[in-house]
Write a protein that binds this ligand. Structure first.
Ligand code: T46
Length: 140
């Protein structure tokens, strides 16, 4: 079951391997994800009231999971904007290329883990919204 939000963006359920000791989620690149995992990073200790993101990527594909706490992700493909609350360690949000994203309303305990299909490359970022609209509108 998937919950499509925008092209390339959907909420995906993760398989929870639970027993009487608790829960475990395993994510394997190419099996649970449609890409090989090249990078993992996580955002935590976010100052209350701070917004993060405010950029898009030319090519990067990612899966974001709030493994603790929660935050709100605004997604924008240049035509539509949707907001989704990430607060379930058993669900991930896929984000494809050319999606503007803004993160807000972090709970103090939020740990947002992100799996990415490429290593960090500042050249892949689009940090200006008008530039994003131009690139997204050109279909490149
Ligand atoms: C995204 C959202 C969800 C690195 O050195 N390596 C990395 O892999 C990353 C992601 C960041 N950095 C450096 C670059 C900055 O000096 O860490 C600092 C904070 O990164 P940034 O301001 O880009 O963080 P966010 O939270 O605004 O955005 C991040 C990702 O960059 C971005 O790809 O989709 O999380």
């Amino acid at each position: 079951m998937t919950d499509d939000l925008l092209p390339g963006c959907r909420i995906v359920p993760l398989t929870v391997r639970g027993d009487d000791r608790g829960s475990l989620v395993a994510i394997e690149g190419g099996r649970d994800l449609p890409f090989a995992i090249a990078r993992v990073y996580y955002v935590f200790g976010t100052t209350v009231g701070v917004d993060r993101g405010c950029h898009a990527h030319h090519h990067l594909r990612q899966l974001a999971i709030a493994v603790a706490g929660g935050c709100t992700m605004l997604l924008d493909d240049g035509v539509q904007r949707v907001r989704v609350r990430l607060d379930d360690a058993a669900k991930g949000l896929t984000m494809g290329p050319l999606i503007w994203r803004e993160m807000s309303d972090f709970s103090p305990d939020c740990v947002l883990m992100v799996l990415a299909d490429a290593v960090y490359d500042e050249a892949d970022y689009i940090r200006d919204y008008d530039e994003f609209l131009a690139v997204a509108g050109s279909g490149k």
